[in-house]
Design a protein around this ligand. Sequence first.
Ligand code: ZN
Ligand code: MN
Length: 486
Amino acid sequence: MIKYNVDIGLEVHVELSTHSKMFCSCAVVDNTISPPNSSTCPVCCGMPGTLPVINRNAVELALRAAIALECEINHTSIFARKNYFYPDLPKGYQISQYEYPLAENGKLLIHTGEGDKYIRILRAHIEEDTGKLTHVVRDGKSYSLVNLNRAGVPLLEIVSEPDMHSVEDVAAYSRELRLLLRIIGVSSGDMEKGAMRFEANLSLRPEGCEELGTRVEVKNLNSFKAMENAIIYQISIQKSTLEKGEKVHQQTLGWDETAGKTFSQRSKENANDYRYFPEPDLPPLIVDQEWVSKISAKMPELPKAKRKRYTIDYKLQAEDIERLIEEKETVGFFEACVQADPSLAPKAIVNWMLTDLFAWINQSGSTLGNLKINPSDFTALIMLVEKGVINQSTGKEVLAEMLEGGKSAEVIVKGEGLRQVSDSKLINDMVETVLVNNPGEVKAYLNGKETLINWLFGQVMQNAKGKANPQVVKKSLQEQLNSKKL
Ligand code: ZN
Ligand code: MN
């Protein structure tokens, strides 16, 4: 039986988070809210005689991505027309970049079960998005509706080398890329709204063979799940084709999520089918070193560096780190907390954030961005617990009250007399009272029903209205019960 190696490359289209479109001043709108064709103008509708103007902010975001992906930036890149006819493309061509893209030769570090490895980035280029077609059947007639709100929205197309060799690699790469682009503020990465779309090229070759096999492309993969399912499906199809001694045909495929199958769209077009030529209405895009340096200097800390720093300096677990850096808001809040009180262990902040704070946020439907408390209010609460001024369970209640009403921990603790009692003399008395009032339970305990100690503990805590230091109570209870055993 011959073993096969799989080679997968991804083309990722990323919507850049600009306010306006790539070559006109139309607003980029949310198509789940805005009416069809409400954000269009003669430029993005492709009227004759109109001229495109480059959106500087889109170039800046594209550069930020290219720098984060460790690409070489081309100081001169050229816009090109990619010609094809389709009802969602008003001009009959898409302005893209072809022979001279904005950036080339980058790399992205990914983490897989087999360890860390780099996936090479072949190129990253700027282009404009197309409109969107909706196919409708009404009264037995089928027709298509065109919405040009998306036509002309800035995209960055990021093309990897075929360095991925399994669906796990693809999953790791696509998620890491999305995380990176979100952290640096280049794209929302919102796949439900089409802000990140994938195309995979995939081929198989017998193990030991250097030359790549015949590749197929799978287009319009709009979620991680769709992409992963399509890849698993295509690997098995190609494998059985090759095992039967048949040839794989180069072609472009679509993915039918419901059927769980790929379907043939067309036999593969070649670049010359698009009749690329330099866009005559736009000058070369010049990016000088000064601009690149300025963008590099403003670059936020990237996930790779953050993971290392959190592991080494903050002693955080990988799992917690991933949860923290997943969202810009989360990592921002965490870092503000660390700054607010550098004497507090980051681990304590993480524990309170990821459990109690997030539980409250999920329950209340709130977000980190519109809390009634700020990071220093939050760390002040944690500090009261760490110092033993209030105990853990009181701390949870105080936090909930802070989040509801916006009061500080100090004010709530003082106002409600919630300071923890750690005085062992006082606690000994409380324990003694409970033992005296519950002779039956004490006797049963002494006769071997040891779990009753938990019930007795609960009685003491209840009498103390939760304010007693649980460690001191446990110790006293154990000591007093032991003395009765003798
Ligand atoms: Zn427009
Ligand atoms: Mn493209």
